[in-house]
Design a protein around this ligand. Structure first.
Ligand code: SF4
Length: 359
């Protein structure tokens, strides 16, 4: 049974310079896109009552209330469902957020990235720090009690001090959840062909991350990139990290059902003309195990030996004894009551450690 849905809204007012997500400044295609999306959902969705629902992008808040209602109208969910919508803090009002809330959205994830006006300008964001403050205030006024802010560290000209002050600022606003991402310049974004000056190297990014852990010590660091007040973990994202199934709808969306991972077409016009086309990949048991290890090590709780032993009919500790012994000795992995997890030192070199679990 699949009880989580991700829906991709691939429209933005403009392209941020660091962004290589699938998103387009093509508002004239929104209506056609929503028709295609409805067709896809109606075809694949089996009307399961949803535990989580996530409208991501792109910029879902580029849609008006009627358009959001059209998407949500074909889904089976209620107030017990965690229903998240990503927002860009541009041109939003309390009234808009109230209406979104009345449609059943109960969690907001706001793209802040930085509170430094110059940095926001350099990276091509169109909002100001005040827009973020106002949006958080409007969200609380509209009745949202579960609000997350996203930040990027390692941005051009960003210092540890300015990043630290961003996080203090976020805390002062009273949000319940904070997500942090290290800047990665990937093919397809503006910065890839026009590299900015003064971006952080790996060591500085690591120092920024360590600083964040200290500043956010009153939040639960429940996943490598995510911090939450108690009871405010992202249930939708935990579903990914627990390697559970989910639907993915919309251009470039990914889904996972019946041990098959699939992705949708990334070309907007191709998707609109055939939203039912999916590229599928059946995940073999060894791949499933490796995915489970990769995802499990992202969580604060780490991986559970008994769970994996039963699910994959293995003796995990025996199968991976060399890797576990080595990294427990170096202090990168530590034992828990029922398994093991990465330490903070381990998180900093997690790519290297996790690659050793691949067969
Ligand atoms: S970072 Fe977000 S808002 Fe900026 S272009 Fe990418 S998807 Fe759109």
């Amino acid at each position: 049974m699949t009880e989580s849905v991700y829906i991709h809204i691939p429209f933005c007012r403009q392209k941020c310079r660091y962004c290589s997500f699938v998103s387009f400044a093509r508002p004239e295609l929104i209506e056609n896109y929503l028709d295609a999306l409805a067709k896809e959902i109606k075809h694949f969705y089996k009307d399961e009552k949803l535990k989580t629902l996530y409208l991501g992008g792109g910029t879902p808040s580029i849609l008006d209330v009627k358009q959001i209602e059209k998407i949500l109208g074909v889904l089976n969910f209620d107030s017990q469902t965690e229903a998240t919508m990503e927002l860009n803090p541009e041109h939003l009002t309390t009234e808009y957020l109230k209406q979104i809330r009345s449609l059943g959205i109960n969690r907001l994830s706001i793209g802040c990235q930085s509170f430094d006006e110059k940095i926001l300008e350099t990276i091509g964001r169109k909002h100001t720090p005040e827009d973020v403050e106002n949006t958080v205030e409007f969200a609380f006024d509209a009745g949202f009690g579960n609000v997350s802010l996203d930040f990027i560290y390692g941005l051009p000209n960003q210092t540890i001090e300015s990043f630290a002050s961003d996080l203090e600022h976020a805390k002062a606003l009273g949000v319940q959840h904070i997500s942090l991402y290290g800047l990665k310049i990937e093919e397809g974004c503006y910065f890839y062909n026009h590299p900015p000056d003064n971006i952080a190297d790996d060591d500085l990014q690591a120092d920024m991350y360590l600083k964040a852990i200290k500043i956010l010590s009153d939040f639960d660091h429940y996943e490598i990139s995510n911090f939450a007040k108690e009871g405010f973990y992202s249930r939708h994202n935990l579903n990914y990290w627990n390697n559970e199934h989910y639907y993915g709808f919309g251009t470039a969306a990914h889904g996972y059902e019946n041990n098959t991972r699939y992705s949708n077409q990334t070309n907007l016009k191709d998707y609109i003309s055939n939203p039912l086309k999916k590229f599928e990949h059946y995940v073999l048991p060894q791949e499933q195990l490796e995915e489970e290890i990769f995802l499990g090590f992202r969580r604060k709780t780490g991986i559970n030996f008994n769970f994996l032993n039963k699910k994959f009919n293995i003796n995990f500790e025996k199968k991976y004894s060399k890797i576990l012994d080595k990294y427990i000795r170096t202090g990168h992995i530590e034992k828990t009551d029922c398994g093991c997890k990465l330490t903070v030192d381990g998180i900093l070199v997690s790519n290297m450690i996790l690659s050793e679990f691949l067969e």
